[in-house]
Design a protein around this ligand. Sequence first.
Ligand code: MG
Ligand code: MG
Length: 275
Amino acid sequence: MVYLKSENEINKMRVSAQLVSRTLAEVARYIKPGIKTGYLDSVAEDFIRKNNGIPAFKGYGHPGNQFPAALCISVNEQVVHGIPGNYELKEGDIVSVDCGIVKDGFYGDSAYTFAVGSLHESVEKLLRTTVTSLYKGIEKAIHGNTVGDYAYAVQTHCEEQGYSVVRDLVGHGVGRNLHEDPSVPNFGKPGRGERLRSGMTLAVEPMINMGTHRVKTLKDGWTVVTADGKPSAHYEHDIVVREGYAEILSTFSYIEEITKFQIDNNFLDGQARRD
Ligand code: MG
Ligand code: MG
């Protein structure tokens, strides 16, 4: 069941998505060698609660296997759903930070892969390719297109650079629930899949691997890693499908004020296009 959102509901989602974005920027201030991922999680949880939000990931899941933290923090070969803890970041790591918040009954869900210090050139290219693929997909996420049009744009951009798209994990509808229909894979064919309609709200999130697309889950029941141990990148925005464009509810601009990492593309978050 796909729920189309009213403008009033979208306004609430924008507030939640913006709080997620500001939380990721707050975390960005602390990302440097020697910092424990568990500390980043505590920074995020404090910031979320101070701003009257509730961390959406904490306690998520089935009884007996509930996610224990506010953030998913996934380093290097970890794709998504990493559990924050005692790992200390080191120079050259990449770290995907995924944050979900519920506020006033609506969810925001966004992720960003950060560089720790300076990266090997090949890893920096993986990050740039992945974030650019997200915006290339969003360009196709308009009324009348399909999920396959979005997915094909993401997949072709990444595969042209020799990277692979994770199959086992996908994006999703978002709104009154953290995960709603439809599923939004990052691989597919033009014209296939769910028809996109104005008022659909989606969390789109390419997970792109340097090597094989295959992944496995660690014994902790959460952490997804690449099968070959090569690095993986992940970026996620919340969007609204509209006539002729997609509105981006989350933003990376707060993060990039901190990191100075400029995205090489034609978009400004929250707007259709930068001319
Ligand atoms: Mg997420
Ligand atoms: Mg998500």
